[in-house]
Ligand binder design. Structure first.
Ligand SMILES: N[C@@H](CCC(=O)N[C@@H](CS)C(=O)NCC(=O)O)C(=O)O
Length: 212
């Protein structure tokens, strides 16, 4: 069975974190580019991969993996030499699980509310008020993460998938607020993003995503 990972995403989406991860570990992969504009992610061929109609997703050795956190954990497991998770069963691994779960369960889902409030409330003022509330919740929760980050990396044990995952939030200008992000409320997370963007394997693809 081929070891090549099929990576479904849109270059402009938050699936970028999976792109950085695949580059970091040097995984063989094929990028199946989906356009969010033409709604490729809602077409039957992609819904057969991810019934949620969301990116990213990967297929590895015939197994479909969706959910960004699950994808990063799976890739970390398959490339142990990259050491992107602390050793199993130790306190550092437990800490990694805690904060990955927190970001995936308490922060990431808020983005659907902030991007598409009309999915949760009547269109108009109610949806706009909900969008603002979701942004506030994201900010409050990022401030919690900021308190528990070590530095220069998220975990004291060094660079890990948590750094890749957390970097994503610091670029969520639309969902968090451009001005809030620019105001320096999360300096440790900002520094992590800078460190991630300079990693040798990630820098070229980072430049393609953000123009350097
Ligand atoms: N829980 C998913 C969320 C992924 C997600 O929200 N992806 C966005 C792109 S950044 C998406 O595909 N949104 C399309 C939609 O909600 O219709 C994960 O962690 O991967």
């Amino acid at each position: 069975m081929s070891d090549e990972i099929v990576f479904y995403s849109s270059p402009m989406s938050r699936g970028r974190i999976v792109h950085w991860m695949l580059e970091e570990v040097g995984a063989p992969y094929r990028f199946e580019v989906l356009s969010l504009e033409t709604k490729d992610h809602k077409k039957p061929s992609y819904l057969a991969v991810n019934p949620m109609g969301k990116v990213p997703a990967i297929v590895h050795r015939g197994t479909v993996i969706t959910e960004s956190a699950a994808i990063l954990l799976t890739v970390a497991d398959h490339f142990p030499n990259a050491r992107l998770l602390p050793p199993p069963a130790g306190p550092a691994r437990a800490r990694a699980y805690r904060w990955l779960a927190f970001m995936a369960a308490e922060i990431y889902p808020m983005v659907e509310v902030s991007d598409y409030p009309e999915r949760f409330a009547p269109q108009g003022d109610a949806a706009e008020a909900l969008r603002e509330k979701a942004k506030e919740r994201i900010r409050e929760r990022l401030l919690i993460v900021e308190r528990f980050v070590d530095g220069p990396w998220f975990l004291p044990s060094g660079f890990s998938i948590l750094d890749i995952y957390a970097s994503m939030f610091t670029r969520w200008r639309g969902s968090v607020g451009k001005d809030w992000l620019a105001a320096g409320h999360i300096p440790k997370l900002d520094a992590i993003r800078e460190n991630v963007s300079r990693r040798a394997a990630i820098a070229p693809v980072w430049a393609r995503h953000f123009g350097g």
